[in-house]
Design a protein around this ligand. Structure first.
Ligand code: UDX
Length: 444
């Protein structure tokens, strides 16, 4: 199939990254979104969310003529060869993902299916969903139509804040499905596998992993569940270190030096957040229950993570005795640096708990300048020192790079108290102690 016509249904985070990157590789791509405003915004090169480098890539690929956006299904899907489904699958009842958007995408697509059309599922869906997508499409087909189309699972492993990097320079690309379907999709990824495109890196050698549908879907969940579990393990070890007088900042890198373990995703702190880990681990647990199996290890990963947020409050209570009327400054609101995303962000949880305890909360984040209405009581500060103004305690929650440049004396001078809680173990504690602050961390 030379010069295939590619469409991407759903232009949220995963869809807009996928469409722009495939266009950068030289493919003709049309992004479709039933939300006309979003389709128009993207067609004008505007992004409704923050992701480093994506706005520039969007404008570059629009200008190249390889990328278009539309809310007209005919324009995007007529004579299409390969269609990526990139719609949202938020957590639904009982922890199972809500597949309503996937169903509506299938209904939009069905009339345009032909023999050989390849439908690629990139949305995170419970194991077994690709067959479900096929059933949906067949249901939606006109009575007399029976095109021989293919369904392929192609899970994404994009991290917010480095999505373009993760798409263009992946460790692996996973394709699940029958050979006739997998072939055309693998062909689209050849420039990445061989690193033959404008921004290629010779040192990157992605693996192309082809497998069956169910295994491809499980790979996505298992990968996220493992990362979440690894972080929860690091936090559990950190909590134990505090009890026995060891230092997790020494212990974790030392165990990570073992290549079987690895240091990545082994940083203790206030726990993980974001739109994926919690959702995917919960979905995997729900899948287990559907089969009468109890995935206790996965459940424990979630419990340990919840505990880490409570650990922050417990430390503040222990040091400040009472929280009622105390001023506490939070540094960092987004669930991690490099994004403006507040979904399941630890800082939001901690802010709620502080307010519930009667504390007066201020917060500073380099890019998040607004909080949800139920946190209207939190004062958004213009910089870290403004946040720390007359604070009894300062808590670092998101490890934005600029916080490692904080001036200890200036911070201490702004505060009325002397308590600094480094929830990510990133600050040079000795320097802050020298400035007269009591410094606490996680795991030491
Ligand atoms: C994650 C997966 O990494 C990605 O492959 C998948 O496609 C989507 O979900 P993302 O949610 O963007 O990506 O964030 P990630 O960088 O994985 O961080 C998740 C959370 O873990 C953040 O809250 C981060 O602060 C926390 N984290 C990460 C730790 O607490 N310790 C670590 O060592 C690493």
């Amino acid at each position: 199939m030379s010069n295939p016509k590619v469409a991407v249904i759903g232009t949220g985070y995963v869809g807009s990254v996928t469409a722009s990157c495939l266009a950068l590789l030289g493919h003709q791509v049309c992004g479709f979104d039933s939300d006309a405003t979003r389709a128009d915004q993207l067609a004008a090169g505007q992004l409704p969310f923050y992701e480093p480098g994506l706005a520039e890539l969007l404008r570059e690929t629009l200008a190249s003529g390889n990328l278009r956006f539309t809310d007209d299904p005919r324009q995007a899907l007529e004579d299409v060869d390969v269609v990526f489904l990139c719609v949202g699958t938020p957590t639904g009842a009982g922890g199972n993902p809500d597949l309503a958007q996937l169903a509506s995408a299938a209904w939009t697509l069905a009339p345009y299916l032909r023999d050989g059309t390849v439908v690629v599922n990139k949305s995170t869906v419970p194991v077994g969903s690709a067959d479900w997508v096929r059933t949906l499409l067949e249901e939606a087909l006109p009575r007399n139509a029976a095109p021989a189309f293919h369904v392929v699972s192609n899970p994404e492993f994009l991290r917010e804040g480095s999505a373009i990097e993760d798409f263009l320079y992946p460790d692996r690309i996973v394709l699940g499905g029958d050979g006739d379907g997998v072939g055309p999709v693998a062909a689209l990824y050849v420039p990445i596998v061989t690193q033959a495109f404008p921004r290629a890196r010779t040192e990157v050698v992605p693996q192309l992993i082809t497998t069956d549908l169910a295994s491809a879907e499980m790979i996505k969940y298992a990968a996220n569940a493992f990362l979440a579990m690894k972080i929860s393990f690091a936090n559990e070890v950190a909590n134990l270190c505090e009890l026995v007088g060891a230092d997790a900042r020494q212990v974790l890198p030392a165990i990570g030096a073992d290549r079987r373990i690895g240091t990545a995703f082994l940083s203790a702190g206030v726990g993980w957040g974001g739109s994926c880990f919690g959702k995917d681990v919960t979905a995997l647990i729900a899948t287990g229950h559907d089969y009468g199996y109890s995935p206790d290890l996965l459940r424990a990963s979630i419990e340990v993570n919840k505990l880490q947020r409570a650990v922050v409050i417990r430390k503040l209570q222990r040091e400040l005795k009472i929280l009622k009327g105390r001023r506490v400054a939070i540094l960092g609101l987004s669930f991690k640096p490099g994004t403006d995303d507040l979904r399941d962000a630890p800082a939001i949880d901690v802010a709620h708990r502080l307010i519930a305890a009667g504390a007066v909360v201020s917060a500073y984040d380099p890019i998040v300048k607004q909080l949800p209405p139920d946190l209207a009581g939190v004062r958004i500060a213009s910089d870290p020192y403004d946040a720390a103004h007359r604070a009894n305690a300062v808590v670092l929650i998101t490890e934005w790079p600029e916080f490692t440049g904080l001036e200890p004396a200036r911070l201490a001078g702004a505060m009325s108290g002397d308590l600094l809680l480094d929830g990510r173990n990133v600050l040079p504690d000795a320097e802050f102690r020298a400035a007269g602050l009591r410094v606490l961390g996680v795991g030491w």
